[in-house]
Design a protein around this ligand. Structure first.
Ligand code: PMP
Length: 361
């Protein structure tokens, strides 16, 4: 038996399990399990990535100045208050590492993104799970759970895997109500899917206790490159930059993300296609007896009669080459999370679910 042991909390972490991308024995597979953009990155983004290939012998920028300037210009934010990370995951982890430790509490919602709990445990802190109201973030429940040990409060808005979101007034009430020693983290990984939504940026400006995180993995179609960013009060940016790896983002990742954020026409096109296809898919599934909450994201949380039916449907979809996401690990065993794909994929998954439900009736 080894005497070499990790820090307390680490062994309480269940390793994150990502979605599979192939099915044994099936060749024509469509992956609808990781909320990726089915249209991929824009042409300008791919071109910038290619060009960056000629710079591989150089270390990348350490301050990400060009990318931060581009993000700041597009979102009308001060680049000095922006930090870039290896996916927004890295920023979420850095926040836990910097602000929470043994004896501290980190609040997340009942069906909040898995990394909040993992980040808290990795930092030695105690994750505190707060109930939602019908799969929607419940501000009163969060405020009731706050103690003087609360250091971080994470909400994703819109949330993964529920797809739901709360309004600006509710978020403001949360920011106003948490203890003065706590930071509110607004995870805006899906913010671009909500027309006209700033991800909560306006609440960060002028306050010292709110941070917003964003990602290039979803609407920008760059999940494979791992780039995310945060917008935070200057005192938080200063702290995070002290512990961030100096060369955390590669040259191609920085170049592609910069081109991506400058290409808002692509973002607009992907948003409107997603909105149209999401409505179509939700309606067709409802016609097959599979309901879902109104989604503000690029996925639908489809509700089945029970855990057995959801698991059987998942197996059937797999046999048809359709990979969706069971969310039993989020304590939602009677649901399947289905990414809104392109038109052909939406038709295929809707048809297969129709066959399954018809066959099961
Ligand atoms: N937050 C939420 C709510 C997410 O769903 C995801 C990705 N699934 C992330 C953060 C992390 O995204 P990334 O690290 O790719 O930026």
């Amino acid at each position: 038996m080894t005497k070499i042991t990790p820090q307390p909390g680490i062994l309480d972490i269940a390793p994150y399990v990502g979605g599979a991308s192939h099915v044994e024995g099936v060749s024509d597979v469509v992956k609808l399990s990781s909320n990726e953009n089915p249209f991929g990155p824009s042409e300008a983004t791919v071109e910038a990535f290619r060009r960056a290939g000629f710079e591989l012998h150089r270390y990348p920028s350490t301050d990400h100045a060009a990318l931060r300037a581009a993000i700041g210009a597009v979102h009308d934010l001060d680049p000095a208050q922006i930090i870039c990370g290896v996916g927004s995951d890295e920023i979420l982890h850095l926040l836990c590492q910097a602000y929470a430790g043994p004896g501290d509490e980190v609040i997340h919602t009942e069906h909040g993104f898995a990394i909040y709990r993992i980040g808290a445990l990795a930092a030695g802190a105690t994750p505190v799970e707060v109930p939602e109201k019908n799969r929607v973030t419940d501000v009163d429940a969060i405020l009731a759970a706050c103690t003087k040990r609360t250091k971080l409060v994470f909400i994703a808005n819109p949330n993964n895997p529920t797809g739901t979101m709360i309004g600006a007034d509710e978020v403001q009430r949360l920011a106003d109500g948490i203890p003065e020693t706590a930071l509110l983290v607004l995870d805006g990984a899906y913010a671009e899917y909500v027309d006209g939504f700033d991800g909560g940026a306006s609440l960060v400006t002028g306050r010292d206790n709110v941070v917003m995180t964003r990602t290039f993995s979803k609407i920008y179609g760059l999940g494979g490159l791992r780039v995310g960013w945060g917008y935070a009060p200057a005192h938080v940016i200063d702290v995070l930059n002290r512990i961030r790896g100096p060369f955390n983002l590669s040259t191609p990742a920085l170049a592609a993300a910069e081109a991506a954020v400058k290409d808002q026409a692509w973002v607009d096109k992907c948003r409107s296609d997603n909105t149209r296809l999401r409505a179509w898919l939700a309606e067709v599934l409802a016609g097959h007896g599979v309901q879902s909450d109104p989604s503000e994201t690029n996925f639908i949380l489809a509700r089945f009669a029970d855990a057995e039916e959801a698991a059987a449907c998942n197996e059937y979809l797999k046999s048809q080459g359709l990979i969706v996401r069971p969310v039993a690990s989020y304590n939602l065993p009677e649901y399947l999370r289905i990414t809104v794909g392109d038109e052909a994929s939406c038709r295929r998954v809707a048809h297969a679910i129709g066959q399954f439900m018809g066959g099961a009736a």
